[in-house]
Design a protein around this ligand. Structure first.
Ligand SMILES: C[S@@+](CC[C@H](N)C(=O)[O-])C[C@H]1O[C@@H](n2cnc3c(N)ncnc32)[C@H](O)[C@@H]1O
Length: 268
């Protein structure tokens, strides 16, 4: 996998993630994920692949001073930004397949918008299971498949028209966990019982259609495979195709669909 596919970032990119992407996209999902995990006062909770910490911050507000929140991420730049905004939360650098905690440490483990970046997803979910208490809850949030994403699907179709069919794969890393049965099987293979799977529609907010397209293209390997003329042609077509998502003002509000899976340990 390339750095782009595994989401390795510089400090500047992690800062942009926090100031731009979290409010634009990830922030509104954090309360949904934390609610699904039934996080309550005094709980011990692990946020896996925490990024800059939007979910961990939501957890901290709910568990109160008697609870424990730990955010784990493989990317030091993400953790640096997380630490700056909440030095009181415990942030640890680790790979999801080697979590630095004893078996049965947490009442809840949450993982938002990250499963698609893990090279061995069954091993990752198995490791999340290992650190759960016997009656603990695991919540995994992933984006639905491209077929279910009305705005993003159009961007990918336009990119494929201008840059060739390979563009679909290059732009698809976010959407690969959208197959509900596939993710259900993955959870089962990792030794967990699925309790609930729900689908939510969120809103991705950007200043303009150009910005939405730029973030989609520039955060994937497609940006390295196209020349400027092709890039400009993609942006020009997207301005037309996504016009309905640009409200009366200049802001864009594009639907983004996600699935939330709640699972518990299978009895041994
Ligand atoms: C799209 S971000 C999501 C961050 C955060 N959960 C949120 O909702 O804002 C994906 C995160 O997964 C992390 N990540 C990717 N592979 C990882 C791994 N093997 N172990 C731990 N974290 C990983 C990246 O560093 C990145 O912070």
């Amino acid at each position: 996998m390339t750095d782009t596919e595994t989401f390795q970032l510089s400090l500047a990119a992690a800062e942009t993630y926090e100031t731009k992407f979290v409010p634009a996209l990830f922030g509104e999902w954090a309360p949904v994920v934390v609610e699904a995990a039934g996080v309550d006062r005094g709980y011990d909770v692990l946020d896996v692949a925490c990024g800059t910490g939007v979910v961990a911050r939501e957890v901290a507000a709910r568990v109160g001073p008697t609870g424990r929140v730990v955010g784990v991420d493989i990317n030091e730049a993400m953790l640096t930004v997380a630490r700056r905004s909440r030095p009181d939360i415990e942030w640890r650098r680790a790979d999801v397949v080697a979590l630095p905690f004893a078996d049965g440490s947490f009442d809840a483990v949450v993982c938002q918008a990250a499963l698609m970046f893990f090279p061995d997803r069954v091993a990752a979910v198995r490791e999340m299971r290992r650190v759960l208490k016997d009656d603990g809850k695991l919540v995994i949030q992933v984006w639905a498949g491209l077929d279910a994403q009305p705005a993003y699907r159009r961007v990918v179709e336009i990119a494929a028209r201008h840059a060739g069919p390979d563009a679909v794969d290059l732009l698809s890393s976010y959407w690969v966990m959208g197959d509900l049965d596939g993710t259900r099987n993955l959870i089962d293979d990792a030794g967990l019982a699925l309790t609930e799977a729900t689908t939510h529609v969120g809103t991705a907010r950007f200043d303009s259609i150009d910005e939405l397209v730029k973030i989609e293209v520039e955060s994937t390997p497609l940006i390295d495979r196209i020349d400027d003329a092709t890039y400009q042609a993609i942006i020009a077509d997207a301005r037309e195709a996504l016009r309905e998502f640009a409200a009366a003002d200049v802001r864009v509000a594009a639907p983004i669909v996600g699935h939330i899976f709640l699972a518990t340990r299978k009895p041994a």
